[in-house]
Unconditional design. Structure first.
Length: 234
């Protein structure tokens, strides 16, 4: 995929050069095809030939989520006080959940396999100035197998399977679904693997009516999603 950048941003985009074809935006052809990335004025956007505006996440959205998404905070057992909750966000995607948890006072480590999602999240972390968030561009399955680190919470948010219903998900999720690959392992295996690194709980985000996987200890139900919580005895 091509990453277009405006003049003067060469240093800022150099970190992406192993994954994308870096091209000055002055060389953008008149007719574009498919997805591309655009870096302008510190902001990275995922755009499409038919949609030059594209998508990105703003700092304001993260602040809003941190104020309103009480279910995510409850599911992850976010605590206030001097001892911060450590969270491993295994499928970090755009980073909305992970950075919301960071804003709520957690120490967050994000894993993301897709180069596009990783680049977008890398840029969001930079814009928010939350350099203490750790971000690894990696296959989380391998990472979990090799890690010696443990976390209070391991958070799993796989892409929801496509629905037969007519209503499409929001543009950002539609775009993400088109640029990332699907899960290679069963969710039950992800939960078992996640359990080996979690001392307090594994949290799995599901659509409201999705079937349960295994036996969650409890669930936190929101307006359109629910969080299934698997307790771990650390
Ligand atoms: C639904 S999105 C996560 C959205 C995220 N919670 C947010 O708030 O933006 C799922 C993400 O999991 C990532 N993913 C899937 N398999 C993965 C793997 N084996 N390792 C790391 N990331 C993976 C996908 O690339 C995708 O970005």
């Amino acid at each position: 995929m091509r990453l277009y950048f405006s003049l003067g941003c060469e240093d800022r985009v150099a970190i992406f050069e192993d994954h994308f074809e870096l091209t000055p935006s002055s060389e953008r052809p008149e007719r574009m095809f498919g997805f591309y990335l655009m870096y302008e004025r510190d902001l990275l956007r995922l755009c499409h030939a038919d949609d030059g505006k594209g998508v990105s996440i703003t700092a304001a959205e993260i602040s809003k989520r941190a104020t309103h998404d009480l279910e995510l905070a409850r599911a992850c057992g976010v605590r206030h006080g001097p001892s911060r909750c450590t969270v491993l966000d295994v499928m970090a995607g755009w980073g909305i959940d992970g950075l919301t948890l960071q804003r709520l006072g957690c120490d967050v480590t994000c894993l993301e396999q897709s180069a596009v999602a990783w680049a977008m999240l890398h840029n969001l972390i930079e814009r928010l100035g939350v350099n203490e968030v750790k971000l690894h561009h990696t296959d989380a399955w391998c990472w979990l197998e090799q890690s010696r680190e443990i976390f209070d919470v391991v958070y799993l948010d796989p892409m929801f399977p496509e629905r037969r219903k007519k209503a499409l998900p929001g543009k950002r999720i539609q775009y993400l679904a088109q640029v990332v690959s699907g899960l290679e392992h069963d969710l039950s295996d992800w939960i078992s693997k996640a359990r080996s690194l979690a001392t307090s709980r594994v949290v799995l985000k599901r659509r409201l009516r999705d079937p349960e996987i295994g036996n969650p200890d409890w669930r936190i139900v929101g307006r359109s999603v629910r969080y299934d919580v698997y307790r771990c005895v650390g």
